[in-house]
Design a protein around this ligand. Structure first.
Ligand SMILES: Cc1cc2nc3c(=O)[nH]c(=O)nc-3n(C[C@H](O)[C@H](O)[C@H](O)COP(=O)(O)OP(=O)(O)OC[C@H]3O[C@@H](n4cnc5c(N)ncnc54)[C@H](O)[C@@H]3O)c2cc1C
Length: 520
């Protein structure tokens, strides 16, 4: 399908139905759905899959309790319905989490929280998660880490997700259905020629020209730049870039519950158990005008997040405790709200379909939680121009790769993996099922003992897993593996990380050496 620009485009080649720009959650979600409906799809991601906003989230599959305050009923209802669906189709990487919301009289009255939670329990219809309830903090273990002035709290349910793995699993399923997924490949230019898009894409080996009937601009924080600079197409819609940062500290409370704290500025900050030994604290809302690729947490954000949790926790969290941070840019649809926290979290799909020309769809905004439904809406909008997309939606109930855990669910899958591979420790088996679901069996393969899994880089990461990530999940660098395909960067020391780098280098060299020398 690809052709060399110096030789021009081969008109005899069939154009793709869709060229999707962006390997974040929205791009891969659309690729999966479209490929499953029989469309030919090419997706290009300039860096690694999920290397930007889609790996920098708070990692919640949630309705968004606080959005009720902004009357975002459509979004909250859709997100609550999606929460149920995603828990069912990806039970390995998405699981329930209960949130403790201490009542702070200075911020919102208790009746307001009770009313919001009542709506939250009912807006989405059928709900398998426990409904919200009130607790006395002096009588419930969830009150132990909290300062004694907090007497009452509400407990409600939401879901949590391994965000970058959700992206990879959608990409894998899209590939399984025929989509061509190219990472480290950038859209450089595109224009409409003879009723289709003619696009120049670039990877390490050079530039190529491809043709497609439809173009999906799922570039997240770059959506406006693609329109303005790459396609030279005007739109009345604008994106509002809002930075959000997180800190990770050694675990600062016992138990599996998360906390949601109200700040005097009316913002909320989460403290979530993370990677067994840590607590994830976030987030902030800071307008962002610079390059989205350059986003970093600032010192005052670290202080703000520490102060936010220290209003509630007995044991203080300090900037010195921070072991890791990450920041991302929310590509929000600009609804002209005055303050960054109030900008809508709903999405807007903009279609540009001049008669007889290639169709263009651009995505403004969106949540990880609503990506699947967003993809359905996107295909509905594209279908009048691309009838191949007109089929019935199919993604609501089809498990994502590895999500077919079978009877007994997660715990039973862990027990089965241990029975299959008794040399795995309980922690290792748990981690493999959490990340790969039933695909963990592919990683373990026919190994009969620990040594068969190859070099151990620490934290349970072995050469066998690394090989799988390179072969099946588009992983190239140690960073891809340590921070996006897994969170093992938190568990593996510098020496282990250096060994991983060396292993990947040796692997690359071996592949280079095994290629036949070019004739002539
Ligand atoms: C701090 C924070 C917390 C959040 N928390 C949550 C949460 O808990 N739950 C939730 O549901 N949502 C949450 N969100 C929202 C969610 O993360 C985003 O809405 C979602 O990840 C956006 O995905 P995307 O695919 O649109 O963008 P991205 O993930 O940014 O993907 C766009 C991709 O396009 C690529 N690209 C750009 N230009 C080109 C080009 N020319 N060629 C090729 N590729 C290109 C980029 O490299 C990028 O990878 C949060 C967001 C932030 C920032």
């Amino acid at each position: 399908m690809l052709s060399d620009p110096s030789r021009g485009v081969n008109a005899a080649q069939q154009p793709y139905d869709l060229l999707i720009v962006g390997g974040g959650i929205n791009g891969v979600g659309i690729a999966r759905d479209a490929a499953g409906r029989g469309a030919s799809v090419l997706l290009v991601e300039q860096h690694d899959l999920a290397s930007h906003t889609s790996s920098a989230s708070t990692k919640l599959i949630h309705g968004g309790l606080r959005y009720l305050e902004y009357y975002e009923f459509r979004l909250v209802r859709e997100a609550l319905i999606e929460r149920e669906r995603l828990l069912a189709i990806a039970p390995h990487i998405i699981w329930p989490l209960s949130f403790v919301l201490p009542h702070s009289r200075l911020v919102r009255p208790a009746w307001m929280l009770r009313m919001g939670l009542f709506l939250y329990d009912h807006l989405g219809g059928r709900m398998t998660l426990p409904r919200s309830r009130g607790v006395r903090l002096d009588r419930d273990p969830v009150g132990t880490p909290l300062r004694p002035e907090y007497r009452r709290a509400f407990i409600y349910s939401d879901g949590r997700v391994l965000d970058s793995r959700l992206v990879v699993l959608n990409a894998m399923d899209a590939r399984a259905k025929g989509a061509d997924i190219r990472t480290r490949t950038r859209l450089v230019a595109a224009r409409r020629v003879d009723g289709v898009w003619e696009a120049t894409i670039e990877d390490a080996s050079g530039q190529q020209v491809v043709r497609a009937r439809g173009l999906v601009n799922a570039a997240g924080p770059w959506v406006e730049r693609i329109l303005r600079d790459t396609l030279a197409i005007g739109t009345s819609k604008q994106v509002r870039l809002v930075k959000g940062s997180h800190i990770v500290v050694p675990r600062c409370f016992e138990g599996e519950q998360a906390y949601i704290f109200q700040n005097p500025d009316r913002r909320i900050v989460f403290a979530i158990p993370y990677e067994r030994d840590f607590t994830l604290i976030g987030t902030t809302d800071i307008p962002w005008a610079a390059d989205p690729g350059e986003v970093r947490i600032a010192d005052d954000e670290v202080r703000y997040l520490c102060e936010s949790v220290n209003r509630y926790f007995r044991k203080a969290v300090t900037p010195e405790d921070v072991v890791w941070t990450y920041a991302g840019v929310r590509p929000l649809y600009d609804d002209a709200a005055q303050n960054a926290s109030a900008v809508t979290r709903d999405y807007v799909l903009d279609v540009d379909a001049p008669p007889g020309e290639g169709v263009l769809l651009s995505i403004f905004g969106g949540k990880i939680t609503t990506y699947r439904r967003l993809a359905e809406h996107a295909l509905e909008k594209l279908a009048p121009s691309l009838p191949v997309l007109g089929g019935a939606g199919w993604t609501a109930s089809r498990p994502l790769p590895g999500g077919d855990l079978g009877p007994g669910g997660f715990e039973s899958a862990v027990a089965r993996l241990r029975a299959h591979a008794p040399f795995l420790s309980a922690d290792d088996a748990w981690r493999l099922v959490r990340n790969y679901g039933t695909l963990a069996w592919e990683i373990v393969g026919t190994a009969r003992n620990r040594a068969d899994l190859g070099e151990d880089f620490g934290g349970g990461l072995t050469a066998r897993e690394v090989d799988y990530l390179v072969a099946q999940e588009w992983a190239v660098t140690a960073e891809d593996i340590l921070w996006r395909r897994s969170r093992q960067g938190l568990h593996i020391d510098g020496a282990g990380q250096a060994r991983l780098e060396r292993y990947l280098d040796a692997r690359r060299e071996a592949v280079r050496d095994s290629r036949p020398a070019m004739a002539g």
